[in-house]
Design a protein around this ligand. Structure first.
Ligand SMILES: [Ca+2]
Ligand SMILES: [Ca+2]
Ligand SMILES: [Ca+2]
Length: 456
């Protein structure tokens, strides 16, 4: 494109003609790419450039790159290439460590084979590329690979493999049913240590159509032994001898769950006057559903007491918390800017404690609160999922994290694409107060563990 003249028509405005150059945008202290020569109003070029910068930044903010495919060597088992004029299988798999218990030492329990011609009755209709792997069904046979990538703190992982069964020598589908395991492991020294395993049964699998099976590893924490260690992938036979599995298209997706913004999530506003009464009956950013319609004294914020005081909350986030009267009907609600995204799952977490002076009842009937995710049908609040939390066992000086898990949003769900609603509702009798802090909503792109889905 260098030196070549290009014409473009921005937003049906005046026609700009020119070559691409850098333009200094002094107001924002940076260089932008633009077009030099243009007809008519000069100001509009600047506006168009600004607009395009905004659009780019905006689209990053809305859809950040949050998941990535982790490279796996020979993930589709296309190597070594099988000679089309020779025997239609090779007992080796490039890039993988073969655990092969072939009693004759010929490595015939693991290898690769080419798919048959499309008109052949045993053609695998959804193979990836032109070859697949075979794996003998007897426990002890396996394919393993230590990846260059490592388990990253804050990320979760999904391993997916396309699985089928040999037409000539299928694994047993009668008891004891043959199985394989998908495994994610790390190494402690040289020893393989499994982190998660998913067992897959031969029952219902096809010889001509592979089924995707998945293994899910939840968010890696900094204190996990595998944090920062090389990722290990294993596909292990765990059955009896005599059968063969077909494997293809091993895929590992790494995803960084996103934190969804919640206004005043830590209840630091309005700021409580340090020289005044240590509580305010209002909560910025939240809709207060308060049974005390006159004075709003059932919902508000309060300042944590100083360190060393008997009622100091040791793990408060920031310097303030919210209080919520225990009587059913009191609640804090917030309609977020973010929407429920198809394919995502959500975890709402709140730090909860009880008032030292007026704790909710821990004797029958025990007071409870509910964490709720909702959407609005018009103006009406429609609960999607609720989690009840009892006052029993909660502390006045140490908050406990309680969570609501909401699995994958499906395309047909009424709330798909709707604004996310968060509610914290009292569901008990009057007389007590709950302490709440640090509301968090995490969105993850990965499904929870998939059940084996077999398509006929
Ligand atoms: Ca393949
Ligand atoms: Ca082999
Ligand atoms: Ca706080």
């Amino acid at each position: 494109m260098r030196g070549k003249k290009r014409a473009f028509t921005p937003l049906e405005g005046p026609r700009f003609v020119g070559t691409q150059i850098k333009v200094s945008d002094r107001e924002n202290g940076r260089f932008l790419t633009g077009f030099t020569r243009f007809e008519r109003r000069k100001g509009m070029l600047r506006n168009v450039i600004r607009l395009s910068v905004l659009v780019i930044v905006g689209s990053w903010a809305v859809a950040p790159v949050r998941s990535a495919s982790i490279p796996i060597e020979n993930a589709s088992f296309e190597a070594p290439a099988v000679d089309p004029n020779g025997f239609p299988a090779v007992p080796y798999v490039d890039g993988w460590t073969e655990m092969d218990i072939d009693p004759d030492g010929l490595s015939r329990n693991t290898g690769v084979f080419p798919n048959t011609a499309p008109d052949s009755p045993d053609h695998i209709v959804n193979a990836d590329g032109s070859q697949l792997a075979f794996l003998g069904s007897e426990q002890g046979n396996a394919l393993e690979q230590d990846l260059a990538a490592t388990y990253k703190v804050g990320c979760d992982y999904r391993l997916t493999v396309a699985v089928g069964v040999s037409g000539l020598f299928p694994p047993s589908t009668e008891a004891p049913v043959d199985t394989i395991e998908l495994v994610l492991y790390y190494r402690d020294g040289t020893e393989v240590v499994d982190i998660v395993r998913q067992t897959v049964e031969a029952t219902g699998l096809s010889l001509t159509q592979l089924a995707d099976v998945s293994l899910y590893l939840p968010t890696v924490r900094s204190d996990d032994a595998w944090a920062g260690m090389a990722i290990g992938v294993a596909l292990r036979a765990t059955g009896a001898p005599g059968g063969f599995w077909d494997l293809d298209h091993v895929c590992l997706i790494e995803s960084l769950p996103a934190s969804i913004p919640i206004e005043n999530a830590s209840f630091e506003a309005p700021v409580v006057d340090p020289n005044g009464f240590p509580a305010v009956p209002y909560v910025d950013g939240w809709t207060e559903i308060d049974l005390d319609t006159m004075s709003s004294t059932n919902t508000g914020v309060f300042a944590n007491t100083p360190v060393g005081r008997a009622d100091h909350i040791v793990n408060a986030d920031g310097s303030q918390l919210a209080f919520l009267g225990s009587q059913q009907g009191n609640a804090l609600e917030q309609d977020l800017v973010a929407t429920y995204k198809v394919g995502c799952d959500y975890r709402l977490t709140v730090a909860v404690g009880v008032s030292g002076l007026f704790p909710p009842s821990t004797e029958a009937p025990v007071d409870t609160i509910e964490l709720v995710l909702y959407y609005r049908d018009g103006t009406e609040v429609v609960d999607i999922v609720r989690q009840t939390v009892e006052a029993t066992g909660l502390s006045l000086t140490q908050l406990a994290d309680v969570s609501l898990y909401f699995p994958t949003v499906q395309p047909g769900d009424a709330w798909a694409g709707m604004a996310i609603g968060v509610a914290l509702r009292a569901a008990g009798a009057p007389g007590g107060f709950w302490d709440m802090d640090h509301v968090r909503l995490i969105e993850s792109l990965l499904d929870p563990p998939l059940a084996l889905a077999v398509e006929e």
